[in-house]
Design a protein around this ligand. Structure first.
Ligand code: AR6
Length: 172
């Protein structure tokens, strides 16, 4: 157990997640794991075609679960693909989104990942309100870090300045 405040191991930054030289980046994928738009498209473009070839061997991924691949041409060693819920305002949306974070962190820890970066899962095409999703992301990761030494560091990477502000306020 790490005695420090888990929030000291959380950080929010603005930018493009594909540029980050961390041990693992998380992809907000769909259940086919065969690519798409948004951050998924950006990750596949930057990683190159070998990423899609490995994803094809995985047989998809249910909502809330996660799968891990290599990072290929990315600076990150691994990509963890997770499938967020399409937001419908149901109670299970919250649980499924929290599961995305916990299951991604479990896979990272199994591989000895020290630094991991998350995008705002479900906050684009899948329509999750940023404030609610941020609360779930920060609180779930914070609770996880309170009981695990790995990953040492979790970075939330936000595309937009207003999203960054929402995260910064929650982490303080
Ligand atoms: N770096 C960081 N954040 C990004 C980047 C980037 N390069 N590109 C977009 N974002 P979305 P979802 C932000 O739609 O809502 C795909 O087609 C974006 O501004 O990528 O989980 C999948 O295949 C937003 O805040 O993911 C699925 O079909 C956040 O990342 C579907 O979209 C997530 O937006 C998943 O939808």
């Amino acid at each position: 157990m790490n005695p420090t405040n888990p929030k000291d191991r959380l950080e929010a930054r603005q930018g493009d997640i594909t540029a980050l030289a961390v041990d693992a980046i998380v992809n907000a994928a769909n259940s086919s794991l065969l690519g798409g738009g948004g951050v998924d498209g950006a990750i596949h473009r930057a990683a190159g075609p070998d990423l899609l070839a490995e994803c094809r061997t995985l047989g998809g991924c249910p909502t809330g679960e996660a799968r891990i691949t290599k990072g290929y041409r990315l600076p990150a060693r691994y990509v963890i693909h997770t499938v967020g819920p399409v937001y419908r305002g149901r109670p299970e949306d919250r649980r499924l989104l929290a599961d995305c974070y916990t299951n991604s962190l479990d896979l990272a820890r199994e591989k000895g990942v020290r630094s991991i970066a998350f995008p705002a899962i479900s906050c684009g095409v899948y329509g999750y309100p940023m404030e609610d999703a941020c609360k779930i992301a920060v609180d779930t990761c914070s609770a996880y870090l309170a009981v695990h030494d790995l990953p040492e560091k979790v970075i939330f990477v936000l595309f937009a300045a207003d999203a960054l502000e929402v995260y910064r306020r929650r982490i303080l």
